[in-house]
Design a protein around this ligand. Structure first.
Ligand code: SF4
Length: 112
């Protein structure tokens, strides 16, 4: 399974080549939707890798936008796991390839 890399601008303005996604990105994918802040008052949301092994939530917080996001699924917000063999396949690919290339100083661990 292929591990994909991409060059990102990180919060201190430097560039780093980091994992963008593993395989089709259905299990491991970097959240990179938010822009790098330009002004001190801009929102700071660092890009991080998501491990998307399950979805749903057993709670029903009134303010939660996920309640609406999952409303079209047959089980609505009921928690569900993805197929275990797929999860393991993606994690093992990441462990075998990506972690080796991403030994970062301790302060940068939030990017992995
Ligand atoms: S905020 Fe949403 S995702 Fe979080 S616990 Fe509440 S219902 Fe679940």
């Amino acid at each position: 399974m292929k591990v994909h890399f991409k060059t990102y601008t990180i919060l201190d303005g430097s560039k780093r080549t980091l994992v963008s996604h593993v395989g089709d990105g259905s299990i491991i994918k970097r959240f990179d939707k938010t822009p790098v802040p330009k002004q001190p008052q801009d929102v700071v949301c660092p890009h991080f890798l998501e491990l998307k092994w399950a979805y749903g939530c057993p709670f029903h917080c009134a303010w939660c936008y996920l309640q609406g996001t999952l409303r079209m699924l047959p089980g609505k917000t009921k928690p569900r796991f993805k197929e275990y063999s797929r999860i393991l396949e993606h994690i093992n690919a990441a462990r075998a390839r990506a972690l080796y290339f991403q030994r970062l100083p301790f302060g940068d661990l939030e990017h992995w």
